[in-house]
Design a protein around this ligand. Structure first.
Ligand SMILES: [Fe+2]
Ligand SMILES: [Fe+2]
Length: 358
């Protein structure tokens, strides 16, 4: 060893002051049947998310404080009820376990040349979905950095959602370009409910619009994907996207349930968000062509099997719209806000359409 370096090392004194600033010590988390999950490491005080967080420094939850740490965030979300849900750790692990690749998990070779009208409709739908998936990733992303690190479970679940949405964005873009077509004009469908998602000033307002209404409606479409797929690749795309989308919707349902249970004084406010969602849902029922004209027509052509069978396709589209209402109502009930369907608050038309779907 160089003599100068050796002399300096001998001079260096260890500062073990950091040992006095430990988080809770002596913790031992054990793997469960699915490995060492986030749920398994909720041990001791590490498992306790505070009702209110004063953490503005990016300190990991449970770590010792450092008085000289810089403030790194002006976190708007520092009250648990504003972002919390009970099962975020499970949703996060599920998201990790069920990642897929749009490059290699879709049998792209099964896409064969299609009649022009069908290919154009498919490309219009793919354009619309690429646009929708962009919003679904972009909007929650803004909220992550506004949330205290003490609520890392919902933060990380939203991060996983953004990875999912990135893949959805690319898989529909790939479909548009995979069979001699391309992107068509953007749909304009993001001007209504989708646009309002981005104008939300509160996380729960955003979640009700994005997770419950927007992604819920998209999930119902993906679940009917078999009816509008022309090859194994498209079927697989819808199936895998539906699996991801179901997790995103579950986030919203569970967050809303947490509010219903812990902050009932906010229920009236949430009902107002749902009033808005239902107006949009019903507008789509009463005149689907008035909403997202291009994507509705594209869906009807795909469902009917071509432009010549548009009327048949349109009837199937109405069935999907009814299914959207039915599933929306189930979700709202599951979230703890089902009283609106009993006390006359919800539009009675909703029940009518839901029954038609049953
Ligand atoms: Fe998505
Ligand atoms: Fe989503």
């Amino acid at each position: 060893m160089n003599a100068v370096v050796k002399a300096e090392e001998e001079d260096a004194e260890l500062d073990l002051g950091w040992l006095q600033q430990l988080g809770e010590w002596g913790m031992k988390a054990s793997p469960g049947k699915n490995g060492l999950s986030l749920a398994d490491i909720q041990v001791g005080t590490y498992g306790e998310a505070p009702e209110h967080s004063d953490n503005l420094t990016g300190r990991p939850r449970g770590a010792g404080k450092r008085p000289d740490a810089f403030r790194v965030g002006g976190y708007e979300i520092r009250d648990k009820q504003d972002v919390w849900l009970e099962n975020a750790a499970l949703l996060y692990e599920e998201a990790q376990n069920r990642q897929w690749s749009s490059a290699t998990d879709i049998p792209w070779e099964t896409i064969k040349p299609l009649p022009d009208d069908v290919e154009q409709a498919q490309c219009q739908l793919a354009t619309f979905l690429t646009e929708v998936e962009f919003v679904a990733g972009d909007v929650p992303a803004k909220w992550i950095a506004k949330t205290t690190p003490d609520y890392y479970e919902p933060r990380m679940t939203l991060l996983a959602q953004i990875m999912d949405e990135s893949r959805h964005m690319d898989v529909f873009r790939k479909r548009a370009l995979a069979n001699g077509g391309g992107l068509l004009a953007r749909s304009g469908g993001t001007a209504g409910i989708v646009g309002s998602i981005d104008m939300s000033r509160d996380f729960t307002e955003m979640s009700s619009r994005l997770h419950i209404s927007g992604e819920g409606a998209v999930l119902s479409i993906f679940r009917m994907g078999e009816l509008m797929a022309y090859n194994e690749a498209e079927k697989r795309i819808y199936r895998l996207c539906a699996q991801d989308e179901a997790r995103h919707v579950a986030f919203g349902v569970m967050h809303m349930r947490y509010i219903a249970d812990t902050a009932p004084e906010r229920k009236e406010e949430i009902h107002c968000y749902l009033d808005e969602s239902e107006r949009n849902l019903l507008a789509g029922q009463q005149n689907p062509a008035a909403q997202q004209t291009a994507s509705s027509e594209a869906l009807a052509i795909l469902l009917g099997g071509g432009q010549a069978n548009f009327d048949e396709g349109y009837r199937k589209l109405l069935a999907i719209r009814r299914r959207q209402i039915n599933e929306y109502m189930q979700r709202v009930k599951s979230a703890g806000f089902g009283e609106r369907f009993e006390n006359g608050r919800a539009n009675p038309e909703l029940k009518k359409y839901a029954q038609m779907a049953a």
